[in-house]
Write a protein that binds this ligand. Structure first.
Ligand SMILES: Nc1nc2c(c(=O)[nH]1)N[C@H]1C(S)=C(S)[C@@H](COP(=O)(O)OP(=O)(O)OC[C@H]3O[C@@H](n4cnc5c(=O)[nH]c(N)nc54)[C@H](O)[C@@H]3O)O[C@H]1N2
Ligand SMILES: Nc1nc2c(c(=O)[nH]1)N[C@H]1C(S)=C(S)[C@@H](COP(=O)(O)OP(=O)(O)OC[C@H]3O[C@@H](n4cnc5c(=O)[nH]c(N)nc54)[C@H](O)[C@@H]3O)O[C@H]1N2
Ligand code: SF4
Ligand SMILES: [Mo]
Length: 693
């Protein structure tokens, strides 16, 4: 090793939920090599190809390197380089101007998938500024699981791979591609090597389906029915944990009577899963303890998410798998600053009533705005106008259902500022674009608030380009300009210091340890009961009437009605090479996945005269896009699985890099929303496919 090269420890971030501990070789302020740290808490040396490519974000020639101001028409792609001082003044002037005219609530703060501590600092900024409108994508991502958990059993029941399970269901969770919620797949792969039995519930034959005991090739969007069918079997065959049910559940008799109608035969018709496989799956899960359900995104990607998740938690509960090692647990945070304190929730006590989604009466404890309501507020002034947006770490033009509506809304704003590392279709519509520093370039903390009871150290290892600022610094400086400066710090590194302070560590001591995990205690309910009004797991919701919720989980029909004009069921899965809409511009990754593909069964392809690699048109009632056919018998002949998140960095800047050509969300709509979370259908849509040309 050359003398001037040093190895530093940090964690991978912003390529998914993050979590792999890394060893990074640095020379002359440049990363020359990264490898998985064999001592890593979650990965034990594992890392994926995105991690390997991650340093390429820093050095890409087209990375944003200076603040930019729009000149000419919005979206025309004409920019002028300005100084940070000018950029911050411009943003502050506009946000404060809107506040004076429309109130603080006229400004929305927009984030995407939580990527690091900046997510929480943005919420803090909104709270201090006085706006109740923090818009996230939580309607599609984890809040349905988390908040349904609070209402049903008082906590968010996350899978526990730190202890051995006897049996696992991968329910719509493609862990080897997504490492969902930082559950790095090497953890379950290690258990599988030692003989763990598992089954897969997925319309596609994912990698892990090959060695699974059973693969339930479910019809997209019918997971609630499948879970109810399994409840029918577990209860009907008396396979449940009688002692637990007796002592710790509320409404078991009602649930038992209710699920009688979901016979495996009836459920088979809805879900396309053979009745005997439903029985087998239910028996395996109920008779192997501890058993865990690793649930994925698709359970929340349609209007029925509340019922699906309720049914799954009922399954965990009646089989006695809640809060036991190797089951689904209530993971407690280590001793660090609490979320509410960190984001200064105390400064905005009326937030719930004031949010632009309040009129829709989303479920209590769901505290970010579903994107459907942001666009309503901008375009129709309902329930009141939002006139300015500060957006960070997100790409709504691609990630929100109904992209055309997003385009119209962003075009109509008085002011849009975007912090980014690269020019995206969303940033292309901004008035001011801020060049952010990113992972490896500043001190960060990962997994805070994600619900798995750990936080990870993500110290910077190199300096950012001269004019690229970490979002923590941007928000800290903006905060001083648009809100009382006493809430902000001299040095933005105070955020990471303050957060870990209750643990007795400084940030650099924390970095030496690498991670902190809350004390592991199980069956905590034995002390004070479950944190619900009945102190039990509420199979039957005691708050149903009060909050206008359905007391028992139901299957209320397909998310979208069948339509003979659109005979295929359209779903999607994340690419293992990209994070949502991010990083199509990293050459290494683009080589591995050069263009958007839609998976269809060879029989289906033949029917429509489509061959491997053909460009095809995908149509729904709401829109039309083009992708390329990939023929595989790994999908059901009635299903098409298209790629999500595609735009073309090499595309036309005046058309926002061809944001509309292959973008899955041109095919989705917000016409129908789930009652509890305002979630649209982004999976299980009716579509048709034909060869382009
Ligand atoms: N149809 C459909 N829609 C979906 C989904 C789906 O499966 N299907 N999935 C949904 C889910 S689960 C989620 S979480 C959302 C994701 O929605 P988003 O979070 O909006 O999507 P990303 O593509 O991750 O956008 C992240 C942006 O942040 C930028 N970025 C990366 N690092 C930094 C940084 O350090 N600072 C700053 N300022 N910017 C940075 C990237 O360049 C990228 O443009 O999409 C949702 N939308
Ligand atoms: N590589 C990569 N990793 C990521 C991300 C990424 O974009 N790329 N995004 C991150 C984020 S924010 C999230 S939320 C997670 C999501 O991680 P996952 O939950 O794994 O998300 P998906 O890939 O959307 O879906 C998982 C599987 O569900 C299947 N599926 C599709 N429709 C249905 C259905 O109706 N029912 C069932 N049971 N299964 C269905 C798909 O075929 C796919 O194999 O991943 C995180 N990690
Ligand atoms: S699995 Fe996730 S955290 Fe690990 S290297 Fe890949 S992108 Fe990074
Ligand atoms: Mo997500």
């Amino acid at each position: 090793m050359p003398d001037d090269m040093r190895w530093v420890k940090t964690h991978c971030a912003r390529m998914d939920h993050g979590g792999c501990a890394l060893l990074v070789a640095v020379r002359d302020n440049k990363i020359v090599q990264v490898k998985g740290d064999p001592e890593g808490f979650l990965n034990r040396g594992y890392m994926c190809v995105k991690g390997v490519a991650s340093p390429d974000r820093l050095s890409h020639p087209d990375r944003l390197r200076h603040p930019l101001k729009r000149v000419g028409k919005r979206g025309a792609g004409k920019w002028q380089r300005i100084s940070w001082e000018e950029a911050l003044e411009e943003i502050a002037g506009n946000l404060v101007g809107i506040k004076e005219k429309h109130g603080a609530r006229g400004v929305a703060f927009v984030v995407g998938m939580p990527k690091g501590l900046d997510h929480l600092v943005l919420i803090r900024l909104a709270n201090i500024f006085g706006s109740p409108n923090v818009v996230g994508i939580q309607d599609l991502c984890h809040a349905p699981r988390e908040v349904t958990g609070y209402h049903t059993c008082g906590f968010y029941p996350v899978v526990d791979f730190h202890y051995e399970s006897k049996f696992v269901i991968l329910w719509g969770s493609n862990l080897t591609s997504t490492n969902e919620e930082g559950e790095i797949c090497s953890m379950i792969l290690g258990q599988i090597k030692k003989g763990l039995d598992y089954i897969v519930v997925d319309p596609r034959r994912i990698g892990l389906a090959k060695k699974s005991k059973l693969w339930l090739q479910v019809r997209p969007g019918t997971d609630a029915a499948l879970a109810l069918g399994m409840l029918n079997v577990v209860i009907g065959e008396e396979l449940y944990d009688k002692a637990f049910v007796e002592k710790w559940t509320h409404g078991f008799d009602e649930l038992a009577t209710h699920v009688k109608k979901y016979t495996p035969e009836k459920v088979a018709e809805i879900t396309w899963v053979p009745a005997d496989d439903i029985r087998k799956a239910a028996r395996l899960y109920a008779t192997s303890k501890p058993a865990a359900i690793q649930w994925g995104n698709p359970i929340e990607h349609n209007v029925n998410n509340f019922d699906t998740i309720r049914a799954l938690i009922c399954l965990m509960a009646i089989t006695g798998n809640l809060d036991i090692p190797g089951g689904n647990v209530d993971a407690r945070d280590p001793r660090i600053m609490g979320l509410a304190q960190f984001v200064r929730a105390d400064l905005i006590p009326d937030k719930r009533k004031e949010m632009i989604s309040a009129h829709y009466r989303v479920i209590p404890r769901f505290m970010t705005i579903p994107p459907a309501f942001l666009r309503k507020a901008i375009l129709d002034g309902v329930p009141y106008p939002v006139r300015a947006v500060y957006a960070m770490c997100c790409n709504p033009m691609l990630s929100y259902a109904d992209s055309r509506l997003t385009y119209e809304a962003l075009m109509k704003l008085d002011f849009l500022a975007v912090s980014e590392i690269f020019m995206t279709p969303t940033a292309a519509l901004a008035d001011i674009v801020l060049p952010a520093a990113t992972q490896y370039e500043f001190n960060d903390i990962l997994h805070y608030g994600i619900g798995h009871g750990d936080i990870l150290a993500c110290p910077g290892v190199v300096d950012p380009p001269e004019e690229c600022w970490p979002d923590l610094k941007i928000l800290n400086e903006l905060g001083k300009r648009i809100s009382p400066p006493e809430h902000w710090h001299e040095d933005y590194n105070r955020f990471v210091e303050d957060l870990v302070k209750p643990s007795g560590l400084t940030y650099s001591q924390f970095c030496e340890k690498g991670y902190l995990k809350g004390t592991e205690r199980f069956r905590k309910y034995e002390e004070k009961g479950f944190a619900t009004p009945t102190k039990k797991v509420e199979l039957l919701l005691s708050t149903a009437e009060q909050f206008k919720l359905r007391p028992l989980p139901e299957f209320r029909g397909l998310p979208e009605e069948e339509d003979s004009q659109y005979p295929l069921v359209l779903t999607s899965a994340k690419s293992r090479y990209y994070l949502h809409s991010s990083y199509r511009w990293i050459e290494k990754l683009r080589k591995l996945n050069p263009r958007p593909t839609v998976e269809i069964h060879p029989e289906t392809a033949k029917k429509y005269a489509i061959s491997e690699g053909d460009e095809v048109v995908i149509e729904t009632k709401y829109g039309t896009i083009r992708q390329f056919a990939k023929l595989t018998d790994g999908v059901h002949p009635g299903v098409a699985c298209a790629a999500h998140g595609w735009w073309f960095p090499e595309g036309n800047p005046e058309n926002q890099y061809d944001w509309d050509k292959s973008n899955f969300n041109m095919l989705t709509s917000v016409g129908k929303l789930g009652r509890e979370y305002g979630t649209p259908n982004v999976k299980a849509l009716a579509c048709r496919i034909s060869r382009a040309g």
